[in-house]
Design a protein around this ligand. Sequence first.
Ligand code: YSA
Length: 357
Amino acid sequence: MTEPSTQPPTAQSIDDLISSASAELENLSDLEAVDQWRVSYLGRRGALTTVLRSLSSLDVEERRTIGALANQAKNTLEERLELRVQQINEAALDLSASQDRLDVTLPGRPALGGGLHPTTKIVREICDAFVAMGFGVVEGPEVEWDHYNFEMLNIPKGHPARDMWNTLWVDYQDPSGENNMLLRTHTSPMQARVMENREPPIRVVVPGKCYRYEATDATHEWHFYQVEGLAVGEGITFADLKGTLYEFARRMFGEDRKIRFRCDYFPFVEPGVDMSIDCFACDGDGEGCRICRDSGWIEIMGAGMIHPRVLEGVGYDTEKYTGFAFGMGPERIAMLKYGIDDIRHFYANDLRFLRQF
Ligand code: YSA
């Protein structure tokens, strides 16, 4: 680096300064060295700055000429500095581009895609089967009033049938001081909610989550799904219930399925039934079958003709309208369909299980 001169500047010394500074700059190839160069020529104590400061020692005429030359020199060096920085940056870019070539022959990494949960899949499959038969799909609240979960379903307070549903009550008192809010124990409360808001004919299915105060085991979760079905209109009979559910079983489980209805009790239907399909694992043989536990039949849902009190409760004319309803557990259906041995696998968040679907 050139030491600042203590001699008064001349045209020649400025010219020499430009030449030596430019030659030095040309040989620099990294930005740090270039910055040091800038400080030593153009910085506060740099060679050229010193020239500009020493102009005061010249007489007026010389100061004008030498001053103009010194200013020109400053502009020249600044332009050359800018150019050099640009050249160094471009060279660095070229170098990295030549080293970081894209190798298009490398095998790609597989994209991590999510998938639908098996419950979502089976719920959609169930709903699709009913949609194909002309049903609509509606959903309702998971936090429900006692009124809809029980009362409107012909299960008044103190009725022993309440024991069929192990209820999780919400800690909330209404203005009358009653604790009557709960996590719905089934999707059946949607029967009254739908009927209150529509006139027959009605055909809907209601998928949704339910909650029960349940000790969990291989077939019981404390939260699980149900799909409710409701059909109300003029002249609907038990034959319509059987025909609809038979068609559903064929669509879900295959053309050859047989179905069986047996009497069952639910306070909101009369008569009430449970519906089974003949076991698809042993084709109804039963003997030694793990899926149907030797019986040849698998129970898949509760159903029945809607009790007149339920229809009266929403103000329907029971002389004019009849209907049927049903409710099933999708996880249990998925367990049957895919041979899953424990319902707790569904919500354990184990990807080894979930990835199979
Ligand atoms: C019956 C007649 C109707 O006209 C309409 C609906 C019903 C069904 C009724 N509301 C009900 O909840 N019946 S149920 O208590 O037997 O449950 C229906 C289905 O839900 C069961 O068959 C089962 O598949 C599922 N389920 C019940 N408790 C469960 C459960 N699934 C997992 N874990 C639990 N704890």
